[in-house]
Design a protein. Sequence first.
Length: 319
Amino acid sequence: MKKLFVLLLALAVVTGAFAQVTTSISLQGQVKVLNEDSQGQFVPKGDTYDTFTFKASTDTYGFSMTDTNWLTGLTAPDGFQGFGDIRDWNVWYKLADGKVKVTFGNLRDATFRTTLTGWLADFGAMDRIAGYGLFTTWMPMDGLTVGLNLPFGLTAEDTADVLQKADIGLQYKIADVGTLNVLVDLNMVGDDNVFELGFAYTGVENLTATAIYKGELDAEIHSFVVEGDYVMDALEAGASFMGIADASTDFAWEVNAYGYYDITEKIYSGLEIYYWSDETYDFWGNLGYNFGNGLKADLSLGYNADFYYAVALKYAVTF
């Protein structure tokens, strides 16, 4: 408890030094009350969703930190053990009237990242700029952002090698059309170069069409995904196709389609269909009731050569 008091006091001191200070807590998970094996289980979403984030900033500089597994520290059997795992942290400065931003820290930056709307395909998004580094972005004109990350780590390394492992990013936002992202993860030291390209088209109302390509050049692995997602009132529907060409294996692909419909303000439903090139498949549907404030009761049923189902209570809380 003493450590918790010291932490809260430190946050209070920092709060007084910045114009804008925000903290947020996010928790997600479910209790599967019953499944096809007549079993039940508590299933938290884990470190990706159970987070504590602290941000402090002025107009020209700031700090951000996100902690995961923080519940482990709070509920340790022998008392408060502090934070769980610091997922990422950074200190940043804006220069040249805000056109240049310099960031130091353990990064988890999505500036040059295109993501799928449905997130059903195994290839869900472009990579982030991640790990310890010195990251600089420059906005030379409206809509265009250029970035360079130098991955300086906690262990000393020849600067020439660091330069050969830089991350280079480019983003261009085309008004009323969409956003193009390019991310190059160089590694001329270990021959592990990766090139990624993503475009999200938003030129038609209610429709998002996304295409992503990832080339692991030295390994001769090329993967891509295309997806269309349409939202109209209470209905959202979409489909995607993903393919992977690997020099050492046959071409593999995955296709899926989905539809979600809010039957009433409280009752919702969904359907997802998956089919893979190895002739395996999965059909999944659900019907649920939304109590509000992140609490839901959900019945899901599926078939992937065997029938499965689950009755669950789901929670999602964010402050």
